[in-house]
Design a protein around this ligand. Structure first.
Ligand code: IPE
Ligand code: IPE
Ligand code: MG
Length: 254
């Protein structure tokens, strides 16, 4: 059975610590600007915040952490910023993968890899292969990812597999083709930087995700900020379409 359990069909359990946290790491540029530094200095510091977040998630027993590192729309940025981000991605893979591996963390990359150069693709494949057997936290980096791209690529591959003979198909038939078919849907979504939008992140997968927005700029995000997001999550009532009464103890639907 696929791990991907759609919240529109199956009511997932709501554990105290979210099983899957998805983050839009936003605000690097503004963090740098506040300090009269170039934008790229913010991206660099953002890597530190990410390292802390991975550790904190592992310590808390989060099973899946998925972060948005580069969107399919981010190519619209100035070309020197884009190439800096690509270089940084490569350096991070080079520097951090052994450490992730030692910590039993499985690394996965989702997104359209066709625009990455050969070297970067090789690093990605090696990192995924090296950590494939790790059973601790599954850490996913979304790079050149877009939620619409994901749904479209899933449809295209599915139709090809079914040789175009598939007119009526269900959500369940499409889901194995989505990029995150190995993970349950995110329980908690965090966006730093103050913007309150999804920016084409995990559109399909976030149908019932709890959304949390904070003004903290990504380079300043730390363990305490993560705890605050988790506390907010823990105070929520996840109904998945049911009524509040149905969730009360003793109710037949509880
Ligand atoms: C997020 O920070 C990182 C990426 C999109 C790569 P930004 O670079 O978007 O920072 P702001 O939003 O301009 O502050
Ligand atoms: C979203 O951040 C993508 C990433 C964090 C990688 P942006 O800063 O690019 O988002 P918008 O365009 O302002 O919504
Ligand atoms: Mg931004």
């Amino acid at each position: 059975m696929s791990l991907f359990q759609s919240s529109t069909r199956i009511i997932p359990s709501a554990p105290a610590v979210p099983r899957h946290i998805a983050i839009i790491m936003d605000g690097n540029g503004r963090w740098a600007k506040q300090r009269f530094l170039p934008r790229v200095a913010g991206h660099q510091r953002g890597v530190e915040a990410l390292r802390e977040t991975v550790k904190a998630c592992r310590d808390l027993g989060v099973e899946y952490l998925t972060v948005f590192a580069f969107s399919s729309e981010n190519w619209r940025r100035p070309s020197d910023e884009v190439s800096f981000l690509m270089q940084l991605f490569m350096k991070v893979l080079e520097r951090e993968v052994a450490n992730l591996h030692e910590n039993n963390i499985r690394l996965r990359i989702i997104g359209d890899r066709s625009r990455f150069d050969e070297k970067l693709n090789r690093y990605i494949e090696e990192a995924e292969r090296l950590t494939a057997g790790n059973g601790g936290l599954t850490f996913t980096i979304a790079a050149n990812y877009g939620g619409r791209w994901d749904i479209m690529q899933a449809l295209q591959v599915m139709l090809k597999d079914k040789q175009g003979q598939c007119v009526n198909f269900s959500e369940a038939e499409l889901e194995p083709y989505l990029s995150m078919n190995y993970a349950p849907e995110p329980d908690l979504f965090i966006r730093t930087g103050g913007e309150q939008r999804i920016s084409n992140f995990l559109l399909w997968q976030m149908a019932y995700t709890e959304l949390y927005f904070t003004g903290i700029l990504w380079p300043a995000f730390d363990r305490e900020a993560l705890q605050a997001a988790i506390h907010s999550y823990q105070a929520r009532e996840r109904r998945f379409g049911r009524t509040s009464e149905q969730l009360q103890k003793g109710h037949p639907d509880a």
